[in-house]
Design a protein around this ligand. Structure first.
Ligand code: GRF
Length: 189
């Protein structure tokens, strides 16, 4: 029975989708790098434990050290980044190679990398005149938003789309893609 930790930084709608899917029974810990509404979703769902760290107060190295202690203490097998915004140290990423996945709201490798998160992604897609966008679930590899792609879901970019309307269309697909990708990785689909 794989033990999953979900890392969050924001509203937690992707976490909610995981909780409501077959993945939910495997989630034993939710970690946030800042005060995040997602933690309340975890508590409301009766997730065994939540931990809130302050990336601002700790800085990158210390944050990764604290997180490593926590995931070891909980005997975590797989880390799922669901709207998690802090960048890991190379050491942490290397230690979790093949056991840490992320969801990105675009069709990587395009529109990924430093600074490409949230609204910025959808603004760039629209500005580039793309006819389609979507989301990508991938293993966390070297650098930001790189690593082996597990699955992607596509949506059309419509005439008159704003970053908000495109984000909403992509998010709908994220809520299906992330649980499906996790189940595939843990061999339950
Ligand atoms: C999603 O768009 C996800 O692709 C990105 O951050 C957002 C998280 O949203 N990584 P939520 O906190 O899961 O609602």
């Amino acid at each position: 029975m794989p033990r999953i930790a979900v890392f969050v930084s924001g509203g937690g709608s992707n976490l909610q989708a995981l909780i409501e899917s077959e993945v939910g029974k495997h989630i034993v810990l939710v970690i946030a790098d800042r005060p995040a509404k997602a933690l309340q979703r975890a508590r409301d769902a009766g997730i065994i434990d939540t931990l809130e760290f302050s990336r601002k107060a700790l800085g990158r190295e210390r944050l990764c050290e604290e997180i490593q202690k926590a995931v070891e203490a909980y005997a975590i097998d797989l880390i799922v980044l669901a709207g998690y915004l802090s960048i890991f140290t190379e050491e942490f990423s290397a230690r979790w190679r093949g056991r840490m996945i992320n969801i990105h709201p675009a069709l990587l490798p395009k529109f990924g990398g430093k600074g490409m998160y949230g609204r910025h992604v959808h603004e760039a897609v629209i500005a580039a005149g793309e006819k389609e966008s979507g989301c990508t679930v991938h293993f966390v590899g070297e650098g930001v938003d790189r690593g082996k792609i597990i699955l992607q879901a596509r949506v059309p970019v419509l005439e008159g789309d704003t970053p908000e309307s495109l984000a909403a269309r992509v998010l709908e697909q994220e809520h299906k893609a992330l649980p499906a990708a996790v189940l595939r990785v843990i061999g339950e689909s």
